[in-house]
Design a protein around this ligand. Sequence first.
Ligand SMILES: [Zn+2]
Length: 103
Amino acid sequence: MSGEPERSDDAESGSGESAPRQRFVLEETGFDEVPKKYRKYYRKWKGPQDPLGPNEVLCPVCKVVIRSTRELRVGDRVYCMACFTRFSVERASDGGLEARIEY
Ligand SMILES: [Zn+2]
């Protein structure tokens, strides 16, 4: 991140390298461990029977689902506000996405 002003996240820089990301509309799910304005970006994980969407990744520290307004891809950075940990999105052994802690 340089000093550039923040762009809205549909800035698809026109390189054409990858397909446009799917967008998601987030709704609050009653997650109350973060400030109200950020609640829609998190939800409680209900366990292995609770499938994650393409815009969701599980925090391996506190088992909270971190949600994005766009599809997540390998290399993306996510931040869990519930446990203050930064992650990068990696390919999991089962083919899905998982968050790895950044040191
Ligand atoms: Zn967490």
